[in-house]
Design a protein around this ligand. Structure first.
Ligand SMILES: [Zn+2]
Length: 669
């Protein structure tokens, strides 16, 4: 990275793939972002867009500071920006191998008086071209609609009312659309027909690293497209000498279709955002106790662990029911008289990990801590299995949960934690907490759940964390920076599981699509769960008959044979599972993974109800000139086709209703 100041209040930052010119003019910091890599330029980006007591801050000086090289090979430039009573350090991170830039900041109050920060933009930029499409993907929600992780190509049309998209942590019972914290931009045309090759173009992707509620707005003039991401409901009291953190966002360039937008994001995030994969087998096959309900005990679960070992399962997790109650995170003595350690040791003797489910921000009124600190509870109303909830924006409460989880990890031998509950960023208007009333959205995320998970990750680097809150409701890039993996849809039927994986694999790398299987194991239900991230079986494994056990074992082996290909692959969204009719779904759907060097690909094809008995399915992303050996697994057929033939005419498959097939393509020679 090079940094220079060609003129007063102008800083130029260049790295191999990007060039930024940052200037202070009329009190505002703006930047231009260009590159020789294909993609969309930013002609006027804004940094440091903050309001104090409703008045936008007017900046008076811009100076370059240190450049530091990070252990991952990226570089961070610090810019110091001043206004009366404020010093703002803007961080600009660039990367040696990708046309991506990441922005975040820290505002320090140098005055003698407290200030109230009432607005903060996470990003604001102008693209010198209109119209554009904004592609984004819904988060989970129980009541909003039955089609999960739906993809949207939203028009940003000149003169129209701005597009408005909610992002961040929401309760899974929130009855409106919310989106994963990621979007992609590209010029028209719209891809209307899944049968047609998708349109290609220069584009831009962005990942929002904020777990609180935020909103993206998009609007256009005839010549420019404006995008602005802003924190919802901010009311932050900044005391003298205190610092306010401006959440991060990354933006990156690409050229291609929406799959390519996803792929460049996945590769960037695997290198620079996500926690490293915990081992080379990751994503694992896991067991979760939920189908045994809360009536679990040591003898029963030891038997389950033995069966898990026979199946080739790699992680065992006790779901809700292992503890005294929600908020009293000690093993229930009636169920587990010796604690969880015997289970953890049995799992470990088989080379498996052992974990627990913690509804981390929830608290039942009978929990001792609720009696000791009733003022920590925001509400005792039934938010989650009869429990009310805490506010992690309140420092003592946040510190208490860190201590509780630390004790659990150390005493019980836990090395896997599922964080569950309803919304990790609570709405709290209490006046006796350490955050200002009206600032819970910011305090509960930036200084709440992020600090809880961040601290635990740092203290216990061997522990793997899974985001799960009644379904994928905090699908942000802050989540994906803190957690190793995430749920998509919660404990749900086969077709909905495929919808979750299909949608979530645009914004996130395939390892961020945990599936919780609740349907009985059949070749169809199992195969519907093997594309993507951790495969989690949550059935009553000890009740399975011999055939169910055989099916599960075969599918686990199948999952393991493809997991490395899929986790590193470009995901191609071939046919969307669009219609979750009567929980069974309608028609055909297909998803594909292609190795980055195009040497190998797997195409998983499914037929729900209806949709016709046979059809051609066209893979994409192959090398047109190469020949591939094409094996259709269940049909038992094998043929040799060129990449061009495969992509133009496809593979014709015959499937019964509620069945699936795997097409495996390997380049010859
Ligand atoms: Zn609070």
């Amino acid at each position: 990275m090079l940094i220079r100041t060609p003129a007063e209040n102008t800083v130029v930052v260049t790295h191999t793939h990007v060039s930024l010119q940052i200037t202070l003019r009329d009190g505002q910091i703006s930047y231009q972002l260009t590159s020789t890599d294909a993609g969309l330029d930013i002609s006027d980006g804004r940094l440091g867009e903050l309001s104090v007591a409703g008045v936008p801050v007017s900046w008076t000086a811009l100076n370059p500071g240190a450049v530091t090289r990070q252990h991952d090979g990226s570089s961070v430039a610090e810019l110091t920006i001043n206004a009366p009573g404020l010093v703002y350090v803007q961080y600009v991170q660039t990367y040696p191998d990708r046309p991506f830039v990441r922005f975040w900041g820290a505002v320090n109050n140098t005055s003698a008086d407290a200030m109230k920060i009432t607005e903060c933009a996470i990003a604001h930029f102008v693209i010198p071209q209109a119209p554009l499409y904004m592609f984004h993907v819904d988060q989970f929600s129980w009541p909003h609609r039955s089609d999960f992780f739906t993809q949207h190509q939203s028009q940003i049309w000149p003169g129209r009312t701005p597009l408005e998209i909610r992002m961040g942590s929401y309760p899974s019972h929130y009855d409106a659309a919310t989106s994963c914290g990621w979007f992609a931009l590209k010029p028209p045309p719209h891809d209307y027909d899944a049968e047609m090759p998708p349109s290609q173009g220069p584009g831009l992707v962005a990942g929002v690293e904020f777990n609180g509620k935020s909103r993206v707005f998009g609007w256009a003039t005839p010549t420019e497209t404006h995008v602005r991401s802003v924190i919802d409901t901010l009311n932050h009291i900044l005391k003298p000498k205190a610092t306010f953190d401006v959440p991060a966002i990354f933006v990156g360039r690409y050229h291609g279709d929406w799959d390519e937008a996803g792929f460049v994001t996945h590769r960037f995030a695997e290198s620079y955002v996500h926690p490293p994969r915990p081992d080379d087998r990751y994503p694992w096959v896991q067991y979760n106790s939920w189908k045994y309900g809360q009536e679990i005990n040591e003898a029963q679960q030891l038997e389950v662990i033995d069966r898990c070992h026979e199946l080739g399962i790699e992680v065992v997790v006790m779901d809700l029911g292992w503890a005294n109650t929600i908020g009293d995170w000690h093993p229930n003595k009636a169920k587990f008289p010796r604690g969880l350690k015997p289970l953890a040791e049995r799992a470990r003797s088989y080379g498996m990990r052992f974990g627990v489910h913690i509804a981390i921000a929830q608290c039942a009124s009978e929990a001792p801590i609720a009696k000791q600190h009733p003022e920590w509870l925001v509400s005792t109303y039934d938010d989650y299995f009869g429990a009310g909830f805490f506010c992690f924006g309140n420092d003592p409460c946040r510190n208490w949960i860190i201590e509780q989880v630390s004790r659990l990890i150390e005493q019980e031998g836990i090395d896997y934690i599922i964080q569950d509950g309803e919304d990790m960023v609570k709405y709290c208007t209490r006046t006796d907490h350490t955050h200002a009333p009206g600032d819970s959205n910011y305090a509960n995320s930036q200084y709440g759940i992020d600090v809880v998970i961040g601290t635990l990750r740092e203290k216990y680097p061997h522990v793997v964390f899974e985001n799960c809150e009644d379904g994928g409701m905090m699908m942000t890039y802050k989540m994906a920076r803190l957690y190793h993996t995430s749920i998509t849809v919660d404990n749900i039927a086969t077709y909905a599981t495929r919808q979750g994986t299909y949608g979530a694999s645009y914004p996130f790398s395939p390892r961020y699509s945990v599936r919780y299987m609740e349907d009985d194991p059949t070749p169809y239900t199992l195969r519907s769960s093997i594309f993507g991230g951790p495969l989690i079986l949550m059935q009553r494994i000890t009740d399975w008959n011999a055939q169910q056990f055989t099916y599960a074992k075969a599918s686990i082996d199948e999952y393991k044979s493809y997991r490395k290909l899929i986790r590193d692959a470009k995901v191609i969204h071939v046919l969307p599972p669009r219609y979750n009719v009567e929980r069974k779904g309608w028609g055909w759907d297909a998803i594909q993974a292609v190795a980055p060097d195009q040497s190998e690909s797997v195409l998983m094809v499914f037929r729900a109800m209806g949709g016709g008995d046979s059809r051609a399915v066209k893979p994409r992303g192959l090398d047109a000139a190469s020949t591939y050996v094409v094996r259709i697994k269940d049909a038992g057929s094998e043929q040799v086709m060129t990449g061009a033939q495969l992509m133009e005419t496809g593979v014709t498959l015959a499937l019964l209703e509620l069945s699936g097939e795997i097409v495996h393509m390997v380049r010859q020679g």
